[in-house]
Design a protein around this ligand. Structure first.
Ligand code: ZN
Ligand code: ZN
Length: 451
C-alpha cells in the first residue's frame, strides 16, 4: 500500500508523534533520523494533497479530507496554513493528546538524559551505554499497532530510545557511548505511568601479591558456621568464623579510596589458616564492586595498607587488572609450582644417620613423581570427594632434633602439603608417614614461593 495512505489510515484512528511516525518507517531511507522521516512524510503528504486539490481532479474531495486530517489530528501547521489560504474551514481546537505509542517519551529525551546525568554526577567513568526495560503495556500496544497497520519497516521502541538518549547523554557528558565494556550502563525502566533510572557500574580490578606473616587468619572472610553470617552467640554476633582475614585487612583502604560498595578477593589458590605466605607473596586480584572512583593511586594505597598491617600482612606489585585476569589467576593456580617449608615432628626418635637414609628414600619416592591425593578429611565437608593427581618436583630435608625435621617441598599448585606429610589415613599416597614407617606430623607450614 502507498505510504501516504498508510499514514492517513493511522491518523484517522490514532495520534502518534513525529518520532514514532518516522520510526514506523525506519528501514526506509538511511542517514536521517526518525523525527526527520516523520516530518518529511507529513510535508510531502501536505504537498501532494495540495497539488491534487489545486488540480481539481476526481480526488479533489479526498485531498481536502486528508489535509483536514493532518490539520486536526496532527495539528500540522503547513496543512493548517494550506487550508487557511484556500479558505477551507476546519476544527482549529488544539488537542492535547499524547502520542499513542510512546506517551510523548520521545519528545522528552533531554529530560530523560538529564535524570541520568544527574545520577552519574559523582561517578568517574570514561564511557557508558544506555539500556531499557519496557513495561508490558508499551510492548503490547506497540505490537498490536504494527499488526493492525501491517507496519513491516519499523524500528523497535528500545532501539530508538537507547540511541536517542545515548546521543543526548553523549553531548551532555562529553563522553562516548560504548557497547563492548562500558564503565557504566544506564538502565531505564519505562512505563506509561512511571519510569526510573538505575546504574550498573562495572567492577574495577587491582592485581597484586600478598604476604601473610602470621598464622591463624584465613585468606578471605568466612561466614560463621553456626549462623551462616546472620550473627549468633558463638560468633559474638559478628557473623564471622574468624575475627579477620587477609581480605579484610587489605580491602578497607581500597573500598574507601574507590568509594566502592564492597569488594571480592580472588586469590591464586589459598594457603591454610595456619600457614604463612612468605617470599614474594601470592598473587591476588581485588575486585571493587560499584566503584565511584576508577582511577586509584595504587602506590598510596599500598603504603597505607602496609602501614596499617605491619608484621601481619603486606601487599606489593599493585597494578590495574581485569575480569579476564581473575580467570587466569584461578586457572594458573593449578598449574604453577610452589615452594613450601614444613616443620614436622615424628612419633619416634630418629638418628641423624637414619634421617639421611629416609630422606634419600623420600627423594626417590617423590621427586618428579606424581602422587595420588584423595580429598582430605579436613576439607571433605566443602569439597567434592575425588582423587587428584599432583606432581612433586623436589624435596629437601634438614635434621633438627631426633623428633623434629624441616622440609622444603616444591610441588604443583593445589597440592595438599600437610597430607603428603601425615598421609591422611592413607588417603594421600605415598606420604612421609608411609616412608618413615611411623606417624610424621606437620607442625608449621609456610609458603616460600609461588612461581
Ligand atoms: Zn511517540
Ligand atoms: Zn554466628
Amino acid at each position: 500500500m502507498n505510504l501516504f495512505k498508510k499514514v492517513i489510515e493511522i491518523y484517522q484512528e490514532y495520534y502518534i508523534c513525529l518520532h514514532c511516525l518516522g520510526r514506523m518507517f525506519s528501514l526506509l531511507a538511511t542517514d536521517t533520523t526518525n523525527y526527520d522521516r516523520g516530518k518529511s512524510l507529513l510535508l510531502a503528504m501536505t504537498m501532494e494533497n495540495h497539488r491534487v486539490y489545486l488540480s481539481r481532479d476526481e480526488n479533489h474531495e479526498e485531498a481536502i479530507a486528508n489535509l483536514k486530517n493532518l490539520a486536526e489530528k496532527v495539528m500540522y501547521n503547513p496543512a493548517r496554513s494550506v487550508l487557511d489560504k484556500e479558505g477551507i474551514d476546519y476544527n482549529k481546537i488544539s488537542l492535547s493528546e499524547k502520542c499513542y505509542l510512546c506517551d510523548d517519551i520521545f519528545s522528552n529525551v533531554p529530560t530523560y538524559a538529564k535524570i541520568a546525568s544527574d545520577s552519574l554526577g559523582n561517578h568517574e567513568f570514561k564511557d557508558f551505554l544506555v539500556g531499557t526495560a519496557l513495561d508490558s503495556q508499551i510492548v503490547n500496544r506497540e505490537d498490536s499497532f504494527k499488526a493492525q497497520f501491517n507496519l513491516l519497516d519499523s524500528e523497535s521502541f528500545k532501539n530508538h530510545f537507547n540511541r536517542e538518549v545515548g546521543k543526548e547523554l553523549s553531548l551532555v557528558l562529553l563522553k562516548p557511548s560504548e557497547f563492548a565494556k562500558p564503565d557504566i550502563t544506564v538502565i531505564y525502566t519505562l512505563g506509561f505511568a512511571s519510569s526510573e533510572v538505575n546504574l550498573i557500574v562495572r567492577s574495577t580490578y587491582i592485581k597484586g601479591r600478598y604476604n601473610k606473616f602470621i598464622r591463624g587468619i584465613p585468606q578471605t572472610h568466612w561466614d560463621c558456621r553456626a549462623c551462616k553470617g546472620k550473627g549468633c552467640e558463638s560468633c559474638n554476633f559478628s557473623g564471622k568464623q574468624y575475627k579477620t582475614s587477609v581480605e579484610e585487612l587489605i580491602n578497607p583502604e581500597f573500598i574507601k579510596e574507590a568509594k566502592a560498595e564492597g569488594s571480592k578477593f580472588h586469590g591464586a589458590g589459598r594457603e591454610d589458616i595456619d600457614v604463612k605466605m612468605l617470599g614474594q607473596g601470592r598473587p591476588f586480584v581485588l575486585e571493587l564492586i560499584n566503584p565511584r572512583i576508577r582511577t586509584l593511586d595504587l602506590e598510596k594505597i599500598q603504603k597505607k595498607v602496609n602501614k596499617n598491617n605491619k608484621r601481619k600482612v603486606k601487599i606489593t606489585n599493585l597494578v590495574n587488572s581485569s575480569k579476564e585476569q581473575v580467570k587466569n589467576l584461578k586457572f594458573n593456580a593449578e598449574n604453577t609450582k610452589k615452594i613450601y617449608r614444613a616443620l614436622t615432628s615424628s612419633n619416634e626418635d630418629v638418628t641423624k644417620e637414619k634421617f639421611e637414609t629416609v630422606l634419600n628414600q623420600l627423594k626417590i619416592a617423590f621427586e618428579n613423581q606424581k602422587i595420588q591425593q584423595r580429598t582430605p578429611n579436613r576439607v571433605s565437608h566443602r569439597r567434592a570427594d575425588k582423587i587428584r593427581e599432583k606432581k612433586i618436583f623436589q624435596i629437601e630435608g634438614k635434621f633438627i632434633k631426633p623428633k623434629v625435621f624441616e622440609f622444603i617441598v616444591e610441588a604443583q599448585g593445589g597440592t595438599y602439603i600437610k597430607e603428603i606429610i601425615h598421609g591422611d589415613d592413607g588417603r594421600t599416597t605415598p606420604s612421609f608417614t608411609e616412608i618413615f614407617g611411623f606417624p610424621i606430623e606437620c607442625k608449621k607450614l609456610d609458603v616460600l614461593k609461588i612461581y
